[in-house]
Design a protein around this ligand. Structure first.
Ligand code: NAD
Length: 283
């Protein structure tokens, strides 16, 4: 029986820590951390994510601004909005909800956010700092993975870590953060040969592919720690991860469920990043 790594409970603890610290910051320094979220268009999933971010901000005692823009907004108008938020002293974090409509250049938009307010950790400056190991704003989902491992006292140092997926928002940064914690890291992707054999080497297996129940029991070493980042909908419309939980759980030593694993950690880390960006303005 594996330990079930409870991301929902852990995220609630982190959010409460952030709320307490934000309250102190307000009382002692007169500073209220502020987050601005820009959403373009009517994507229903994006709307849910943005609403959750807004509500989490309010609960944490933070200032929250949601800027809704129509699907056909000109790229220039979006860039002007970001430029205004970049110099707004009440805003410490700016997040542009992805995906953006096809006519807008995503890289150009993300690069327009000043690195000091880049609470998603996607700006090349922050990616660079992360890569060389300088403390910086870390991308929320992979930072949430590390936070879960640490809060469950799972040693990373010296462990064989295998990450499946090499996206810029999950796989690559997860690999870099595990490396920074002294893991021995292998990154797998769609061209990896004999993926199952590579996965079976892992003491810690992090899965971020976006394919329901892709990781089966034969891909997991007995006693491994399995972190499932995937969020997929099965035929019945239920949320499922990239790992076949029922088959893998009996052989793993610890595993994250979906939902209730990595998912809730992303918003908790966003709150933490916003708080840290606000604190950094006092330095
Ligand atoms: P992506 O599509 O950008 O990247 C998928 C990666 O998986 C690619 O690098 C690809 O090489 C690899 N891959 C695909 N098929 C493979 C195969 N057969 N074998 C090996 N590797 C394969 O996806 P992403 O944005 O990194 O997201 C991955 C998953 O994580 C999705 O389910 C997404 O919904 C989820 N996600 C969750 C959160 C969260 O908050 N928990 C945040 C972001 C993404």
């Amino acid at each position: 029986m594996a330990i079930i790594i409870d991301g929902k409970a852990t995220s609630a603890i982190i959010k409460e820590e952030v709320r307490v610290e934000a309250e102190q910051l307000k009382a002692e320094k007169g500073l209220t951390p502020g987050l601005a979220v820009i959403i373009v268009g009517e994507n229903p999933a994006s709307k849910v994510y943005v609403r959750n971010k807004h509500q989490s901000c309010i609960k944490a005692g933070m200032h929250s601004v949601v800027i809704e823009m129509p699907e056909d907004i000109a790229e220039e108008t979006l860039l002007e909005e970001i430029a205004a938020l970049n110099v707004d002293p009440t805003i410490h974090g700016i997040l542009v909800q992805l995906p953006l409509p096809k006519h807008i250049n995503e890289d150009k938009v993300l690069n327009a956010i000043v690195p000091e307010k880049d609470v998603d950790g996607f700006h090349p400056t922050n990616v660079g700092y992360m890569t060389i190991g300088t403390p910086t704003v870390l991308p929320c989902t992979p930072a949430g993975v590390i936070e879960l491992l640490e809060r469950y006292n799972i040693e990373i140092s010296g462990k064989k870590c295998v990450v499946i997926g090499r996206s810029n928002i999950v796989g690559k940064p997860a690999a870099l953060l595990l490396l920074a914690k002294n893991g021995t890291v292998t990154v797998c992707h769609s061209r990896t040969k004999d993926l199952a054999a590579v996965c079976r080497e892992a003491d810690i297996l992090v899965v971020a592919i976006g394919k329901a129940k892709f990781v089966t029991a034969d891909m997991v070493k007995p006693g491994a720690v399995v972190i499932d980042v995937g969020i997929n909908r099965n035929e019945e419309g239920k949320l499922v991860g990239d790992v076949d939980f029922d088959a893998v759980e009996p052989i793993a030593s610890a595993i994250t469920p979906v939902p209730g694993g990595v998912g809730p950690m992303t918003i908790a880390m966003l709150m933490k990043n916003t708080l840290e960006c606000a604190k950094a303005t006092l330095k």
